[in-house]
Design a protein around this ligand. Structure first.
Ligand code: NAP
Length: 262
């Protein structure tokens, strides 16, 4: 049954064409939100925006590279123009490693890591979240209605992943960015939280899942004994975006089957 925990709210979701961002866009629309779906994959964003429209909400599909300052500022301006404002940002765009989409053999120890690979991941996963948060916060401050900023980091913000050092560092950076912004924006009634998912079934983890031995070893580390679904993360984002989450700021939620507590 349709519910309305986000009725009349305008949400911008980066990485909205795939995986966690996609599930969040649809979950938010089910709960009454208008949604701007932003991604570097415009065709994918358009498909999700069409599904949002089908649910009876306003939607926009926006092409963006979140590591590009001008594109991010334009994305937020378009969201405000198309939806009439921005109440919620979910910054979900990210990559797992520098050759994401090109090859699976990404584990490279930091002692051998090319600087270009390090910079590429930090540019998208950390600079990108900073740029999106900053642009959204400016609009929320201007509108004076408060707001919710939700950054998708990772369990890797707390657990060092050998071979994926630049990913762990980028996600730990998002966790600190979240806390600093939470303090700086509290007076404007803007909450800033992060979600640190565990091992979630999305296109990002597809290469790992194809490597049977590796996937088995990862799942053995999950106390609940299974991967999570994108919806598990989307529901955490819904909680933080809705009235239920109003007293949370500077927090990290871990939909992770118990991995990070160990
Ligand atoms: P996904 O299915 O690959 O979705 C990520 C989306 O972001 C893709 O559409 C991707 O486009 C897009 N994107 C990548 N770089 C971008 C850029 N520079 N500008 C705009 N869009 C960009 O991955 P996911 O698993 O849903 O991941 C979403 C977030 O959750 C990421 O921040 C990830 O680090 C985090 N996370 C995921 C897991 C997991 O197990 N899946 C666990 C912890 C945290 P392309 O397809 O073109 O790359």
């Amino acid at each position: 049954m349709a519910s309305s925990r986000l009725e009349n709210k305008n949400a911008l979701i980066t990485g909205g064409a795939s995986g966690i961002g996609r599930a969040t866009a649809l979950r938010f629309a089910e709960e009454g939100a208008n949604v701007a779906v932003a991604d570097r994959n415009l065709k994918g964003a358009e498909e999700i925006a069409a599904l949002v429209t089908k649910l009876g909400r306003k939607a926009a599909a926006l092409a963006v590279d979140v590591s590009d300052e001008a594109q991010v500022d334009a994305m937020v301006a378009r969201t405000v123009a198309d939806l009439g404002g921005i109440d919620i940002l979910v910054a979900a765009a990210g990559v797992s490693h520098a050759r994401y989409g090109e090859r699976n053999d990404h584990p490279v120890p930091l002692a051998e890591k090319p600087l270009a690979d390090w910079r590429k991941v930090l540019a998208i996963n950390l600079d990108g979240v900073f740029l999106c948060d900053r642009a959204a916060a400016r609009e929320m401050i201007k509108a004076g209605r408060g707001g919710r900023i939700i950054n998708i980091s990772s369990g890797a913000a707390k657990l060092p992943l050998p071979g994926s050092g630049e990913y762990s560092v980028s996600k730990a950076g998002v966790w600190m960015l979240t806390r600093v912004m939470a303090l700086e924006l509290a007076a404007h009634r803007i909450t800033v939280n992060t979600i640190g998912p565990g091992f979630i079934d999305t296109p990002m983890t597809a290469p790992v899942q194809r490597s049977e031995g590796f996937a088995k070893r990862l799942i053995e580390r999950v106390p609940l004994g299974m991967m999570g679904e994108p919806l598990d993360v989307a529901n955490s984002a819904l909680f933080l975006a809705s009235e239920d989450g109003r007293y949370y700021t500077g927090s990290i939620l871990h939909p992770d089957g118990g991995v990070v507590m160990q």
